[in-house]
Design a protein around this ligand. Structure first.
Ligand code: CA
Length: 405
C-alpha cells in the first residue's frame, strides 16, 4: 500500500511540473471543441444447450455523446454521456470526464477508457476485441517520437461490471516505433485484487514485450510474451506464489483491397498440480468478448473476462476475410482450444480437448457513419467440457445497426 500511495503522490507532484514546463500545444490548425455521437441497436439471440443457462433474446439500444476538445491552450477535456436500454431496463449516466494537461509531456486524470497496446485498454496476450470499461485514474505520458511512455495508476469505476471491481492497477507502458508499421512495446503492470476469494489472483506483477513487425506491404507479424509473478489465493486463508507465462504469435497476410488471412497461436501456462505454487496464467484485463465470439467462454476466477482456467490453454485460431466490394466485408474465424495441463484426477482426468468454435461476421457500410453488422457464432464443447459441464453446445446471433454523427 505504501508503494502505491507513493506512486500516486508522485503523479500529483508531477502535475505541477507539467503545468509549468509544458510548451503550449502547437498545431497547424487549432483543434476545436466537438460533440459527436453514436446510436446503436443490437439484437441478442443466445441459444445454450445446457442444463443451467437459459436461452436469451433481447434488444439492446445504446446512445453515446462525446464532448471533447481544448478548453484552454494547454488543457483538454474528454467526456462521455451514455443511455442504455436492454433487458435490465433503462440507464442514463454521465459516464466519463477526464482532463489532459500538457502536450509532449502530459497528465490525464479522471474517469476514462485507457488506451494502450493494440487497442483500447490492454490488448494483452491475445488479439481480442477492445474492452469497454471506464477507469478512475491518472496517467503521465511522455510522447516524443520514437518513444511514447506512460506511467499510470487506476481502478475500474464503481459502475463497471462486477468482475472488474475491487482491484487497483499500477503500470508502465512504453512504445518504441521504428520504420513504418514496426513497434516494440515493453510493459510492466502490477495489479492487486481485494476479494480474498479462493481462485483469485490476489497480486499479479506482469512484465512483457509486444513486437509488431510489418514484414512487407502484405505481411504483418505480432509476437508477445509476458511473465507473471505474485500471489494466488488458494484457500480463504492461504496464498501461494504465482509464477506463470503467456505468449502468442500472429501472422496476417493482407494484400491491399483483397482477401486477407490470419493465423494465430496462443499459449497460456497451466498450473502444475505437483508444485506448491500456482502456475496458471492470469489473463489480467484480457477481454474475451462474449458478444463477438468465444462462445464456449473459458472462465475461472480470473478478474478479467475469461481465459483463467487452472489447466491453461493453447489456442489455435485461423481466419479469413473477404472484401466483397468497397463497402462490404465478410470474415470467417475458427478456434481450437486445448488445455495445457488436463486434470490428473476427477471425471475429466487426462482430457485436454476443451472446445471448438466457428464465427461468421458480415459488415456493410452503406454510407459514411452507418454500419450494418450480422454475426453468427457456434461453439462446440470438447470432451473436457462435456465431462465437467455437460453438453453445452451453443450458438448466438447478433444483428446490429450503428449510426455515428
Ligand atoms: Ca502448482
Amino acid at each position: 500500500m505504501a508503494k502505491a500511495s507513493l506512486l500516486q503522490a508522485g503523479l500529483v507532484g508531477v502535475a505541477g511540473l507539467v503545468l509549468f514546463s509544458s510548451p503550449v500545444a502547437s498545431q497547424e490548425k487549432p483543434e476545436r471543441f466537438k460533440v459527436t455521437g453514436q446510436v446503436r441497436a443490437r439484437v441478442y439471440v443466445n441459444r445454450f444447450k445446457d442444463y443451467k443457462k437459459k436461452n436469451e433474446e433481447f434488444i439492446y439500444l445504446r446512445t453515446r455523446l462525446w464532448a471533447n476538445g481544448p478548453i484552454s491552450p494547454n488543457l483538454r477535456l474528454s467526456s462521455l454521456f451514455e443511455q442504455k436500454t436492454d433487458d435490465d431496463g433503462d440507464r442514463f449516466r454521465f459516464r466519463e470526464a477526464a482532463l489532459k494537461l500538457g502536450d509532449k509531456l502530459s497528465l490525464t486524470a479522471g474517469r476514462q477508457m485507457l488506451s494502450f497496446g493494440a487497442g483500447d485498454q490492454y490488448e494483452f496476450l491475445i488479439g481480442s476485441d477492445k474492452i469497454d470499461v471506464s477507469m478512475d485514474g491518472a496517467s503521465l505520458r511522455w510522447n516524443a517520437a520514437p518513444w511514447d511512455v506512460s506511467l499510470l495508476t487506476f481502478r475500474p469505476s464503481p459502475d463497471s461490471p462486477t468482475r472488474f471491481r475491487e482491484q487497483e492497477v499500477y503500470g508502465l507502458y512504453g512504445r518504441y516505433s521504428y520504420a513504418t508499421g514496426n513497434k516494440i512495446d515493453p510493459y510492466l503492470l502490477i495489479r492487486r485484487v481485494k476479494s480474498g476469494e479462493p481462485g483469485a489472483f490476489s497480486r499479479t506483477n506482469a512484465a512483457g514485450v509486444r513486437w509488431e513487425c510489418a514484414g512487407s506491404e502484405n505481411w504483418k507479424w505480432v509476437v508477445e510474451g509476458a511473465r507473471e509473478w505474485g500471489t494466488y489465493q488458494l484457500t480463504p486463508a492461504r496464498q501461494v506464489p504465482l509464477d506463470a507465462f503467456g505468449g502468442y504469435v500472429k501472422a496476417v497476410y493482407a494484400p491491399p483491397g483483397k482477401a486477407s488471412w490470419k493465423l494465430q497461436y496462443v499459449y497460456l501456462s497451466g498450473d502444475n498440480p505437483g508444485t506448491e505454487g500456482y502456475e496458471g496464467f492470469d489473463p489480467l484485463f484480457n477481454n474475451i468478448r462474449y458478444d463477438w465470439g468465444y462462445l464456449v467462454r473459458p472462465g475461472g476466477k480470473g478478474d478479467g473476462n475469461g481465459l483463467a482456467e487452472p489447466g491453461g490453454f493453447s489456442i489455435l485460431n485461423a481466419g479469413r476475410s473477404w472484401k466483397l466490394d468497397d463497402k462490404t466485408t465478410f470474415s470467417l474465424n475458427v478456434f481450437h482450444f486445448v488445455l495445457q495441463r488436463p486434470p490428473a484426477t476427477g471425471a475429466a482426468a487426462g482430457q485436454s480437448q476443451y472446445a471448438d468454435e466457428v464465427d461468421l461476421d458480415f459488415r456493410h457500410i452503406p454510407a459514411k457513419g452507418v454500419q450494418y453488422r450480422f454475426f453468427v457464432g457456434a461453439g462446440f464443447p470438447g470432451r473436457y467440457l462435456e465431462l465437467t459441464k455437460g453438453p453445452n453446445t451453443r450458438w448466438i446471433l447478433r444483428p446490429e445497426v450503428q449510426v455515428s454523427f
